[in-house]
Design a protein around this ligand. Sequence first.
Ligand code: XUL
Ligand code: CO
Length: 441
Amino acid sequence: MNYFPNIQKINYEGPKSANPYAFKYYNPDEKIGGKRMEDYLRFAVAYWHTFTEDLSDPFGAGTAVRPWDKFSGMDLAKARVEAAFEFFEKLGVPYFCFHDVDIAPEGNTLRETNQNLDTIVSMIKDYMKDSKTKLLWNTANNFTHPRFIHGAASSNNADVFAYAAAKVKKGLEIGKELGGENYVFWGGREGYETLLNTDMKFELDNLGRFFQMAVDYAREIDFDGQFLIEPKPKEPTTHQYDFDVASGYAFLQNYNLQDYFKFNIEANHATLAGHTFEHELHYARVNNILGSVDANQGHPLLGWDTDEFPTDLYSTTLAMYEIIKNGGLGRGGLNFDAKVRRGSFETEDLFHAHIAGMDSFAVGLKVAQKMLDDQVLENIISDRYQSYTKGIGLEIAEGKTDLGQLEDHALDLTDIKHQSGKLERIKATINQYLLTAYSDR
Ligand code: XUL
Ligand code: CO
């Protein structure tokens, strides 16, 4: 069956193309920094936003018009698989991601749910044989169903802890079956609403035990996907335990799990935490725990997770700067955890949205690489810290000083010289790089 009959394969046509169904900047075979763009960016389509999402919001019903809407139950799940692989093929995307509930309907028992999953997973596996699109990661949805009302691994109810653990067990088996490169934990309900009825220490200990069991089971079944924690500070719970990368890293270290996990960093989650996207990427990079990225953007005027497709070139440039400095994302990728707006309800909008996102990150990659080649920020930063390259500064940096020695240095200091941070000049330079990266065409 042909779900997108009016759309042919999306090709690169260059910045002057007026064809809405062409890439203007994403050129998979173009080499940037010695690597093919496709291999650098490792884009993934998020099953939930592209094939399951109906675009409903808290005030209104879904608006999405999708050619698979006429089906229901397992027929719908199968139609979505067919549509998904046609979409991947036409977009030429190397990866996809899903939650268990995205690909198959839940049954009355977990046993039934797992049977549904088995049917769809074997169908996906068949489709993957003839497709270049691979599984970037899968995950268990331990947040939507009402059973997770008080959390999953952090629930006060032991039956729910067991249910969530069983779903992760199945998820790891599916990840292994489909050759998933990573396995994600986003703790949707792993947090709390009020301390008035919460034993935080016990919930955190349980969360630690839960992750340890997942690590042990992956080892038992020989699943070698990279484990990723996806931090988010709030929504749906008021206080999420994995608030941001720094708090997630502290948690992992507390429970001796730091060797088994990296982080899946989502732009909109970063801004919800009061950080920039690049802050989270940078923090993870310098601690060697940058695993993968959920590529989207929030709305600057709205304080929740709007999951918009990334189109802000300034942000994609600074994000790609971090990713290049990280030496790429390894087994990770750029997953479009992004949904079209409620008003963009036509099927074709799914293509426009992904083209926009892929082009935006391609621009980011190219501009960031040029800036790195010219050592723009590196020179600014090394100049800014030059006081640590000689004299007392060098001794501090080499760990050779103590408070007494520093007091000797400081007691009679009267003339401390500063240099300007030059932020405006730096931003003007970045604008120049952004505007000239394609001027040679
Ligand atoms: C929710 C979110 C999830 C995770 C996977 O904000 O980002 O879709 O990416 O569970
Ligand atoms: Co996400």
